[in-house]
Structure formats: structure tokens, C-alpha cells
Design a protein around this ligand. Structure first.
Ligand code: GLU
Length: 399
């Protein structure tokens, strides 16, 4: 059975890039009748917090793409901090079999070594000083084979080959009971029987290292697919300075979860007919990794606005009461009766005017300001029997 995973690190609020990765995993799994696991990578103890974890879990649950098993279901063992004993066992196995070794090189020595390498125009990498020392404490390094081609068929990017000469004996644990990311992620993917690792392109350089760990532990690596980076409009990597990056910001701004999903699905993937609006069912049916783009995906806020506007229009037409419930938190400062607001929302003159839920209170306040000359009670009495003509007059007058 196909099994994928989303393993965010709780070192920040739910990032829009994590949502896209979770979505592609979710769509891939559902399309293939497989399962998705949601676990938390909290080996970085200094930077991981419970608050960030909660934000990430709540966010993916709210979007409906948290998957079938894991942290969000209250299952145990889906947080790396709960699995230290397991990692220790695998580290010991690697040490016993000579596939990893302890290293006691000091920071100063390593720094000195790197400086010399740089001065000689060599890439900085560990020189193997402790490789054959048979030490019994220190950090733990993987013994990387000297001459080996590491190959994998990236399901997005095609055949990828890296030579082990380009890697050094990298550190996989700070101590036997303090494992690092490469070791933990491999152990988790193996133990949870993950068949496909689908993640951002920023992880591509990690993949050969992780394949070596899989092999050192005697395991078959899963398939890999690396998704295109999300870029700012100027093609730099999506950053806080140029765009909002946390999911909460978009929800607070009044983007609808369904619209965000639709937008993110198209951030690096499309259908041959370039369809723009999709229900979740359609996305599941149509998604495939071979239509994921190789090049970076530009985060186009205007497109998100357009998609969100389309969803708002549809929700107003389909079920105004349900839509109004969603709108309530955004219009709490506008004290006018709800029937009147619903009427305005459905008025053809307003169709397509709202791109975000936050546009609605702004437009309504402006409108109420503009119609202030008209006796408001009359408008309300007639349940906003304000005709299109009258509205036009009001807007005309306000110009
Ligand atoms: N914890 C990693 C991250 O948040 C995910 C690593 C992976 O998918 O292998 O980027």
C-alpha cells in the first residue's frame, strides 16, 4: 500500500510551503488509495515549541489535509521526542557494525581544518581523523563509502546521481541518545513503512545522505519526489520580507481554506487543460506527480485573490446562511441586522467585489457611510429594498 508522510518541525507557525507539501502528499495518497501519516520532527529541542506544534496540527486539520494517522489523532509515537530509545538502538547497530563511528574532534580543530581546506580551494569536509580510532564517546558520524554512486529516480526530476566523494562522514547524532535529523527521519520512514517521500526541493541534498543511512541499516529506501521551490515574484525563495508566509496570516486576512487549497494545488502543478478551479474531489482525481513542475513556482497573490473571490461568489450563491456564519467574526464591529447584510451580499452590484472576507466589512462600512444621507431605518424597514439604481446613485454621489 502507498504510504506518505508530512513531518513538519515545530520551529515556527504553519508555513504556507508546508501546507503545499502536505497537500501534494495528501492528493497523491488519496489518488492511489493510500495513506498519509502526520508526525512531528522535534529533535531540535531548542527551537521546537508546543505552541508551534499546536498551530501546525490545528492548521492542517482545519484544511482537511492532515491525513489518516498520526499526531492529530492523538496517536502515540508520532513525535520524535517520544522515540529516542528506538533511534538509540539503530545508532548502536551502526556503531557495532562499523558503519558509524564516534568522533571527538573539537570545534576548534574542525574550524581550523575547514579554514585550511578553504585556503587550498578544497570544499570543506571532515578529514576522517577519528575514522579508525575506535572511540567510545563523542558525536557519531556515518562512515560514507569512498567510492560509490548514489542513484535515485526522483519522481519529479528524473534520474539523479551523486558520487559519495561529494559527501563527507556527516554527523548523525550529537551523542548516542541525541540523534539528528538524517538518522531520525530515516528511522521513522522505515518504521512507518513509508513508500514515497514527497518534500520540497530544499531537501534534495539530504536525499543521498539518507539513502546511505537506509542502506547502512540494511533497509530499502523509499521513492523520492522533490517539489519545486515556492518563489517571491522576483524569483527569490519565498520569504517573510516579501510575502506573508504563515497560514494564520492568510486565514486572518479572510482567505477561505478551500480557496487556499485550490491556489496551493496550482503552485507547481496543473492539468493539461489548465483548469483553475477545483473541488477537493477533483484534485484527488486529477493529481499526479508527473505533472508537477520542475521549475520554481511563483507565489502570485493576485491569483490567490482571484481564486478566493470566485469561492466567495460561489458560497454566497450556494448557501448565504452558511457563508454568513464564516463571515461573522470579520463583521463583528458592524452593528446592522444580518438580513440586511445578506441582501447586500447577494445584490448583483456587489457580485465579484469581494476578494477576501476582510474586504466585506470595509465595503459595508463604506457603503453605510455613503448611504448615511438616506434614512437608514427606511432602508432597513424595506429590508434593503435599495435597487441597483439607487445604489448607483449613492455610489455616484460619493465619487
Ligand atoms: N522536518 C522537515 C521540515 O520541516 C521535513 C523533512 C522531510 O520531509 O524529510 O522541513
Amino acid at each position: 500500500m502507498i504510504k506518505v508522510r508530512i513531518p513538519p518541525s515545530p520551529t515556527g507557525l504553519l508555513h504556507i510551503g508546508t501546507v503545499r507539501t502536505a497537500l501534494y502528499n495528501y492528493l497523491f495518497a488519496k489518488n492511489k488509495g493510500g495513506k498519509m501519516i502526520f508526525r512531528i520532527e522535534d529533535t531540535d529541542k531548542e527551537r521546537s515549541t508546543k505552541e508551534f506544534e499546536k498551530d501546525i496540527v490545528d492548521g492542517l486539520v482545519k484544511l482537511g489535509i492532515a491525513g489518516d494517522e498520526g499526531i492529530h489523532k492523538g496517536n502515540k509515537g508520532f513525535r520524535q521526542s517520544e522515540r529516542t530509545g528506538i533511534y538509540q538502538k539503530y545508532l548502536q547497530q551502526l556503531l557495532d557494525e562499523g558503519k558509524a563511528y564516534y568522533c571527538e574532534c573539537t570545534k576548534e580543530r574542525l574550524e581550523d581544518m575547514r579554514n585550511k581546506q578553504r585556503a587550498n580551494k578544497l570544499p570543506p569536509r571532515y578529514d576522517g581523523t577519528c575514522r579508525n580510532k575506535k572511540l567510545t564517546s563523542g558525536v557519531i558520524r556515518l562512515r560514507v563509502p569512498d567510492d560509490k554512486e548514489i542513484k535515485f529516480n526522483d519522481l519529479v526530476r528524473g534520474e539523479t546521481v551523486i558520487h559519495s566523494k561529494e559527501l563527507d562522514d556527516f554527523v548523525i547524532a550529537r551523542a548516542i541518545d541525541d540523534p539528528l535529523y538524517h538518522l531520525t527521519v530515516v528511522a521513522d520512514d522505515h518504521d512507518m513503512e513509508i513508500t514515497h517521500v514527497i518534500r520540497g526541493e530544499d531537501h534534495i541534498s539530504n536525499t543521498p545522505k539518507q539513502i546511505l543511512i537506509f542502506e547502512a541499516l540494511g533497509w530499502k529506501p523509499p521513492e523520492f519526489a522533490h517539489l519545486p521551490l515556492i518563489l517571491n515574484e522576483d524569483k527569490s525563495k519565498l520569504s517573510k520580507r516579501k510575502n506573508k508566509v504563515s497560514m494564520d496570516d492568510y486565514l486572518n486576512d479572510g482567505y477561505l481554506p478551500e480557496a487556499i487549497i485550490n491556489f496551493l494545488a496550482l503552485l507547481g502543478w496543473n492539468t493539461p487543460d489548465e483548469q483553475e478551479i477545483f473541488s477537493m474531489e477533483e484534485l484527488i482525481e486529477k493529481f499526479s506527480l508527473d505533472r508537477v513542475h520542475k521549475g520554481g513556482a511563483i507565489f502570485d497573490l493576485k491569483k490567490l485573490d482571484w481564486i478566493n473571490g470566485e469561492y466567495i461568489k460561489k458560497e454566497i450563491t450556494d448557501d448565504i446562511d452558511k457563508f454568513f456564519e464564516k463571515l461573522t467574526p470579520y463583521i463583528k464591529d458592524i452593528s446592522t441586522d444580518s438580513d440586511l447584510i445578506k441582501k447586500i451580499l447577494k445584490d448583483p452590484d456587489f457580485e465579484g467585489r469581494f476578494k477576501k472576507l476582510t474586504d466585506i466589512p470595509n465595503e459595508l462600512s463604506a457603503l453605510f457611510g455613503k448611504v448615511a444621507d438616506y434614512p437608514l431605518d427606511l432602508i432597513i424597514k424595506e429590508k434593503f429594498q435599495i435597487t441597483s439604481d439607487m445604489l448607483k446613485q449613492v455610489l455616484e454621489k460619493a465619487k
